[in-house]
Each structure stands twice: as C-alpha cells, then as structure tokens.
Ligand binder design. Structure first.
Ligand code: 2HA
Ligand code: ZN
Length: 285
C-alpha cells in the first residue's frame, strides 16, 4: 500500500489540516507524532527505505526501543502537509537502545523530524507506560488563548486547571486529571522534554508558558478534541477577563463535586480549593 493511502496517515494529515484551520500553526509552528501499531508498520513496510544512518535522538527512550513513529518534519508548515506529505512528514524507527532513530519513509528533500523530537518521544515513553500502551499520539500546538492566559494567570497547575474547568461544564469531564504547566523554557531540547514528560505522568495536557500546549491521547479524535476543548475554555476565559476582573457567578467547588458524582469521574480536591473572592487570579494589580 502507498504510505499516504494508509488510514493512520490520512487521519494524521486530517488532524494537521484541522489544526492549521484553527489558527494554531502559523508558519512552521507546532508538531505531531504517532506511535504506529505493528500491523500498520507491516502494511507499509514494503515502501520503507533500508539505507540511511542512525541519528542521535538527543535523549534516551529505552521504553520505545524498536517502535516506529509517523512525525512532522522540522521547519515544515502544517498548511503544506496535505499538499506534499512525503517531504513534510516521515516515518522513523527507534533503535534497540532507544537513543537513535533512522528515517524509513518520507522527509524527502533532506528533511528531518521535528525539533521537538526529544519532548515528543519522552512524552510517548511515559504515556505508553502509564496508559498500558493505549496512548499513541502527542500533539503540540500554538493555541492563541492558552498562550495569552500564560501572561496573566499564575503558572500553577491548580490555577490553570480550576480556571479552565470553570469555563465550561464539559471541561472536568474531558480532562478530569487537570492540566500541567511548565514555566518558560528554551524549546527544542532535552531539558524541556524532561519537565514536560514528568507532568505527563499525571496529565494528558501540558501547557508551555508563552508558547503553546502538548496533548496526549489514544486516538486522533481524542487528542484533537482535548486540545480543542482546552483552547475553547481558554478563549471563554479571555472573553470573561476582557469584560471584568471578577466573575459574578461561576461553577462552584460543590458543583464540581456533584458533577463528579453524576459523571462517575474523580476530581482531585487539590483543584477544588475555596477562593478568597470572585476575582480572577492574576487580574488584581
Ligand atoms: O516550530 O512549534 O516548538 C516548531 C515548534 C517548536
Ligand atoms: Zn512550538
């Protein structure tokens, strides 16, 4: 089968297109990776190239030894992925040590995987372990409203989670575990990957202050849906904050407890703290 005809490749390209249309992928912003299933590897193996060198990943991910990933390329624009997938995306294989990768398909025109490969693979390693192998997708986007909030809200998991939850009743149902926040760091290396993947032990979404979000999920729909839900909640909060520094009414801690009971979800009490007043954190001089 032609690689670009495989369903997982079509789904990957659909997500990239949708993300671009949302305005989350200016220029070469954002990146996406998918841990392939064995039968998907077999379905396209005849199209792989068998020459090429092993390249250092820049970190160590022994939990991913022998895995294959479909990933976006460094410097590539999401808006071009559908037009020219063979140069914008590629399939890489991880070696038996988890320290090197080889390009097996795509990245023609001398391309290479995303600059955020260390963070993607460290996140995959954690999520593969904690989800019992179910999570397969890591998606990084430059979501406008979440980025805007990171200039104003205190950079704490509890505060971002609680403020986003309050913005839409579905939020605690979609991300009951909350969201993590990483303070500003230099992107593109191992250090930010270490901090992000630590938070991925407990969260499916991690905000990079003044930069964007990383989401993890089992399917393309769930991963995109998580990104979309968080960014929409952030947009509502930005609108609320543009009208007022405080909320006249909101979803209360007891409302959340009732919701948890009704929807059979667990919401950590860490996020259900009592607030001193109705002001939005970060908005009082
Ligand atoms: O340009 O989004 O974080 C790709 C990125 C780097
Ligand atoms: Zn980025």
């Amino acid at each position: 089968m032609k690689v670009t005809e495989a369903k997982f490749v079509q789904d990957f390209i659909d997500l990239a297109d949708e993300g671009y249309r949302m305005g989350w992928h200016e220029r070469n912003g954002g990146n996406l990776s998918y841990r392939m299933k064995d039968h998907e590897v077999e379905s396209v193996r005849s199209r792989f190239r068998f020459y090429g060198e092993w390249h250092p990943i820049g970190t160590s991910v022994p939990g991913l030894a022998g895995e294959f990933f479909l990933v976006t390329g460094t410097g590539q624009y999401f808006r071009n992925i559908r037009k020219d997938p063979e140069s914008a995306i590629g399939i890489i294989e991880i070696d038996e040590t988890g320290e090197n990768y080889k390009i097996r398909w795509g990245f023609i025109e001398n391309g290479f995987p995303t600059s955020e490969l260390p963070t993607h693979l460290m996140n995959h390693e954690v999520k593969k372990r904690v989800s019992g192998g179910k999570h397969r997708i890591i998606y990084h986007a430059h979501t406008t409203n979440v980025i805007a909030l990171s200039f104003v809200l205190p950079l704490k998991d509890e505060i971002f989670t609680r403020e986003l939850w309050e913005m839409a009743t579905e939020c605690p149902v979609v991300f009951p575990e909350g969201v993590g926040v990483v303070d500003w760091m230099v992107p593109g290396g191992r250090a930010i990957g270490v901090e992000t993947s630590k938070l991925m032990e407990q969260y499916n979404a991690v905000i990079w202050a003044m930069h964007g979000i990383f989401c993890s999920g089992e399917t393309f729909d769930l991963t995109f849906g998580l990104m979309h839900t968080i960014e929409k909640a952030a947009e509502i909060l930005v609108k609320v904050m543009s009208m007022s520094h405080h909320k006249t009414q909101t979803i209360t801690p007891q409302n959340f407890r009732d919701l948890a009971e009704g929807f059979h979800i667990t919401l950590d009490e860490r996020f259900l703290f009592e607030k001193p007043d109705k002001s939005i954190p970060g908005t009082k001089e």
